[in-house]
Design a protein around this ligand. Structure first.
Ligand code: FES
Length: 179
């Protein structure tokens, strides 16, 4: 150890860019941060590498959202309940808003008359039938019931056409054309 180091004041190290006080402050701050992470249940070693977790399904506001029968062909997107309601060629369907591939919110393209996924570009017909892209099934349909002039959507009954083809096909209201 050199004389200059031994003779230096304890607060000032001539070989270090930081003063003793500043280093002590940073050490204490680091310990405090580590303590806070432990309190919220995050192991300190993971804190720098942990990414935000994407929520795959938001809680729906309404367990049985109800919509008037659309007067004409078209698409309504209910973001509060993550439901897409479609009237198409005298039938009404209710779809899960999430792409069946990786749960990205689907978008309707009026120009192309198809649903499109902005993430990996899967495409679907207005009745939810898969056209192309990375998804491996059609859009997921909810059970629907006609009550008077309304469509009641049962968001607890979702049908995936790769494992429940009959349920998926039945999840539609066929209109008479007079509505
Ligand atoms: S999330 Fe839609 S195609 Fe991948």
């Amino acid at each position: 150890m050199s004389n200059s180091f031994r003779n230096a004041s304890p607060e000032v190290c001539p070989h270090c860019p930081l003063s003793h006080d500043r280093r002590e402050f940073l050490r204490q701050a680091g310990l405090a941060t580590m303590g806070a992470l432990i309190m919220v249940g995050v192991p300190p070693g993971l804190a720098a590498t942990t990414r935000p977790t994407r929520v795959s399904a938001r809680s729906r506001r309404n367990r049985n959202p109800t919509y008037p029968i659309p007067a004409q062909d078209g698409v309504q997107i209910d973001h509060d309940n993550d439901v897409i309601l479609v009237r198409w060629k005298n039938a009404v369907y209710a779809f899960n808003l999430s792409c069946p591939h990786q749960n990205t919110a689907l978008k309707w393209s009026p120009t192309d008359a198809e649903f499109q996924c902005p993430k990996h570009h899967s495409k679907y017909q207005p009745d939810g039938t898969f056209i192309s892209g990375r998804a491996t099934r059609s859009m997921d349909r909810f059970s629907v019931e006609r009550v008077g002039n309304d469509i009641v959507v049962n968001v607890n009954a979702m049908h995936k056409n790769d494992v429940d083809r009959a349920g998926w096909s039945a999840a539609a209201i066929v209109l008479t054309g007079a509505e």
